[in-house]
Design a protein around this ligand. Sequence first.
Ligand code: SAM
Length: 214
Amino acid sequence: MLLLEEEKKNLVEGLWKKGIKDEILLKAIYNIPREKFISAALRKFAYDDNALPIECAQTISQPFTVAYMTLVLHIRSGDKVLEIGTGSGYQSALLSELGAEVYTVERIEKLYENARTLLSEMGYNINFKLDDGTLGWEEFAPYDRIIVTAGAPDIPHSLVDQLKVGGKLAIPVGSQESQRLFVITRTDKGIDKKTYEYFKFVPLIGEEGWQDLT
Ligand code: SAM
């Protein structure tokens, strides 16, 4: 069996080979104990480059996806970042490791509670909200960066409105089966849109997302 340190090293080397050529980001990924964000039964898969199930039929995203979205957003230390879809809390921890001031919103109470407890035990200083994140978090707007870690049918206007001029929003948009990553930059004249790879996320459910059919 590989030692934890070797598994972490293999993961970051694999990410580098897949195009994540950012040493600061890879170092932050290396530093985060991903095994803490999943159940004990799945710990042996913690450093595989795969999404894994968490409670409430949700997922902790694949490390490549987390790294890719973080990379295309060009997160800088000191950035005020809003994350929609706290989930396990892993992406919030990564943003915090990179020096961002993190605001994260989750719609499922159990996941919000779990992540809040875990991240404060781990010493992270992160702001949590239990709510529909398709409406953003108006109170602390505007943000330098917004990252949506669930798949949306369209780009929520509330999120674009809560970006600073020059701020960027990364959001997977498409059907419930497959989404394309969009990065929207707010300019003084309107918005600039860039498209990236295709991914598969759990649905973004809310007023400006998919309808909750449960
Ligand atoms: N960022 C997470 C992590 O690092 O573990 C991965 C999140 S998981 C792929 C997507 C999360 O988005 C789920 O926890 C889901 O409940 C949440 N979600 C879906 N719609 C939401 C909404 N409108 N507001 C807030 N969270 C939402």
